[in-house]
Write a protein that binds this ligand. Structure first.
Ligand code: IVH
Length: 743
């Protein structure tokens, strides 16, 4: 490439990528598929990796974030970030409006009303048209620098259009849509990761996360509602702000009202109340603001909040019911979660019969007892929570709920976690834990042991046939066929046909690629995508267990933390005297030296998504008793999963090859096919271009894909040819059955 070419191409790509970003997020009119978009981004990333000097802070690649941070830098707010005073009733809202009329001495006070999005407040500053930083509210005067995290929000422009103001600081709310939140939680559950309680909590946690790779996976969004430092914006009203947001491509709430009387304000609040449940995000209220900046200034502020605005809060969705009993659920990792069984009751459109009690500390704090009448509430979470006990309704028959000293399933002693909140069953062979581990092991994204779902897993464990997940490899068809899924009295056997299918699934799983096996082991912090990445860099379990690469990831993070503690530049060391700083500097440079070879080694490997926490967890697992036993057992069973991906830096078989999948494949789903391609170093895109290497066509292929292949002379593979290419012999499998035959 000519010396100028990467410069030109990078600039061109940046423009194209941001244009597609705006088309997607601001105009909801995407012109290219997500995969094509990712391909453009990857091309830019590759150029920047080869020419780091070309990276600019407004490059779309900077949305992806860099390395995990050790801590947040602090940002002083030019204009304090205040909060709002709440009004809980319509009467109080009318009183507020009357107060405005009086103080401004006019009948009609022009106000705007916006939804109060339930999220986390942030300030975002643009300077000379470029996003400069983003900060949390903090204590109102100083916040955390969360620029790296905020840049992951693709709807947020990194650059402003040249036509409007170039320097100002806008303020808004970061949040998650209900649907995105639920999808993320479901995926986390499937991948064995902790789920979040509600969109607000997970937004707050994400914003303060130090690991940009993790933030990237979370569906953050933003709407702006205010301005801090005006810079060259010169706004004279809140309506001006809305216009600025519109023309600058900065997201704002879809619903915005204006009103000129108290009654109009009440009508707006009521109109929003009837619409807010259909909004994609949680809205717990409405914010009413005096429109004119001149009038805002006349009204002034208190030490905490402006006198020209109020937050009207809708009463939360609550219902009253009785706790009939409390069950304790034992999770895959032994965590004990108390769940209240309720007298069924209606709450915001659905019948609720369970409520989470989160943990035993919460039970004590709220003094919840069995048979208590309680108020339950939905605050965005999927399962409602118990808010408070109606102690006045107690009859004396209520039963106190004691934290268990022993596991309700196996009777083993319970241990309290370091966090002092989670109680765990201490017995790794506890049948409840084992059941959940087996269920996870057999799940679709793990070993896909079709037919082994919750009920079958329970019977396998209870019958003693399975004492650890790998025992399924010693099951024989006769044992399985006789498995009783019912009770002693009312027997329901699994049956020969089902047994044969499960045995086939078990045998097939022996040959599954390494990443599926890594995932199936349920190692903490290792979800499906981490497992895939681990398998790209390690070819066998033994290699993974002794991974120098992972050891380097952990070492680098430890050294970097040590370096920061010793750096004279770090915020905490700023007040040290010259002599102390000198000593720190020497220490820092010693650590830097140790870092050099580690970083050099890591620079040779394109490692994505594996941070020090996951790396440490994997190494800890394989050096634990259970990890070592698992490796030995796999050897005994003759199971040695391998990865055909790029092993320790060498290229995968399909490295650089771009696939387009169309139609239905008979041996696997398109997702599974894509997984296989990715695992071998290839990539999959949504539409055919001259860069496409192969189109894989199942039955009923898309016409435009085939036309595209013809137009660009791209070879079209049928299923058998594709299987051959990826090294899979076509296997004739019976049709898929539901994951648990009797559920
Ligand atoms: S205006 C001086 N407008 O709610 C503070 N705030 O309870 C001006 N919020 O701190 C805030 N939507 O974090 C404003 N449309 C909106 C809002 C909004 C959500 C948040 C914001 C604020 C809190 C007050």
């Amino acid at each position: 490439m000519h010396r100028d070419e990467p410069v030109k191409r990078a600039a061109q790509l940046r423009e194209v990528i941001e244009r597609h970003n705006a088309l997607y997020y601001q105009h909801a009119q995407p012109e290219i598929s997500d995969r094509d978009f990712d391909a453009l981004l990857r091309e830019l990333q590759d150029i920047e990796a080869a020419h780091p000097e070309l990276i600019t802070p407004d490059s779309p690649t900077q949305r992806v974030g860099g390395k995990p941070l050790e801590g947040f830098a602090q940002i002083i707010h030019r204009v304090p970030m205040m909060s709002l005073e709440n009004v809980e009733t319509k009467e109080k809202l009318l009183k507020f409006y009357e107060g405005l009329q009086k103080k401004l001495d006019r009948e009609r006070v022009h106000c705007v009303i916006e939804p109060k999005v339930d999220g986390v407040a942030v300030a975002v500053r643009y300077e000379n048209g470029v996003l400069k930083y983003a900060a949390t509210r903090g204590d109102g005067s100083v916040g955390d620098d969360i620029t790296q995290n905020i840049k992951t929000i693709r709807a947020l422009p990194l650059k402003l259009p040249k036509t409007g103001p170039q320097t100002f600081e806008v303020r808004g709310e970061v949040f998650m849509n209900r649907k995105d939140f639920e999808k993320m939680n479901a995926e986390r559950e499937e991948e064995g990761e902790k789920t979040f309680e509600n969109p607000r909590n997970s937004t707050a946690g994400t914003i303060k996360s130090l690991d940009p790779a993790e933030v990237k996976k979370r569906p953050l969004r933003i709407v702006f509602w205010g301005i801090g430092d005006q810079g060259d914006a010169n706004l004279s009203s809140q309506t001006d702000l809305h216009d600025l947001l519109e023309s600058a491509g900065l997201p704002k709430a879809d619903l915005i009202w204006e009103c000129n009387t108290g009654d109009e304000a009440i009508s707006v609040i009521e109109a929003l109340d009837s619409k807010r449940h259909d909004l994609p995000y949680e809205t717990d209220g409405a914010v009413i603001k005096v429109n004119s900046v001149r009038e805002q200034n006349l009204l002034g502020v208190t030490s905490k909040s402006p006198l020209w605005a109020r937050a009207y809060k809708y009463p939360p969705l609550q219902a009253e019911t009785q706790i009939l009993d409390v069950d304790i659920q034992v999770g895959r990792t032994g965590a004990l979660t108390p769940v209240a069984r309720l007298a069924p009751t209606r709450l915001s459109g659905s019948t609720v019969s369970n409520a989470t009690l989160h943990n035993f500390d919460e039970i004590t704090r709220k003094d919840v007892r069995i048979l208590d009448f309680v108020v339950i509430e939905k605050r965005g979470e999927i399962i409602p929570a118990v808010v408070e006990v109606q102690t006045a309704k107690r009859t004396g028959n209520e039963r106190v709920i004691h934290p268990p000293k022993r596991c309700p399933t196996c009777g083993a002693p319970v241990i309290k976690e370091e966090s002092l909140v989670v109680l765990r069953c201490s017995n790794l062979t506890c049948s409840a834990q084992l059941m959940r581990r087996l269920e996870f092991f057999a799940a679709r994204r793990a070993l896909d042991l079709d037919g082994i779902g919750g009920i079958v897993a329970k019977s396998l464990v209870e019958s003693g046939l399975v004492k650890e997940p790998l025992d399924v490899f010693t099951l024989n068809p006769a044992q399985l066929a006789e498995l009783n899924l019912g009770t002693e009295k009312d027997r329901r056997v699994f049956g020969k046909k089902n047994a044969a299918r499960v045995i086939l699934a078990i045998e097939t799983s022996r040959k599954l690629p390494l990443h599926r096996w890594i995932f199936a082991l349920g190692i903490h912090e290792v979800g499906a995508s981490t497992a895939l990445e681990l398998a790209k860099h390690h070819s066998t379990f033994r290699e993974l267990a002794n991974s120098e690469l992972l050891a380097d990831v952990v070492l680098e993070s430890k050294l970097e933390a040590e370096r920061l503690i010793n750096s004279p530049q770090t915020f905490a060391n700023k007040t040290k005297n010259a002599h102390e700083k000198q000593i720190l500097k020497i220490r820092e440079s010693e650590i830097r030296e140790k870092l050099v070879p580690v970083r050099k080694r890591l620079a040779n490997v394109k490692l994505n998504q594996i941070g020090p926490v996951a790396a440490e967890s994997v190494l800890a697992y394989f050096s634990s008793e259970i990890g070592r036993a698992t490796l030995n057992r796999l050897d005994e069973l003759g199971i040695n999963p391998t990865s055909s991906g790029s092993i320790s830096g060498s290229n995968g078989v399909l490295e650089g090859k771009i696939f387009v999948l169309t139609g239905t494949l008979s041996s696997m789903t398109r997702d599974e096919a894509a997984d296989k391609i990715l695992a071998q170093g290839g990539s999959v895109t949504g539409s055919v271009s001259k860069k496409t290497s192969f189109v894989v066509a199942g039955s009923d292929p898309g016409e435009n894909k085939i036309e595209g292949a013809n137009k660009h002379s791209v070879p079209v593979l049928n299923e058998a040819e594709f299987l051959k290419l990826i090294g899979h012999e076509a296997v004739t499998q019976p049709p898929k059955i539901k994951n648990d035959l009797f559920e």
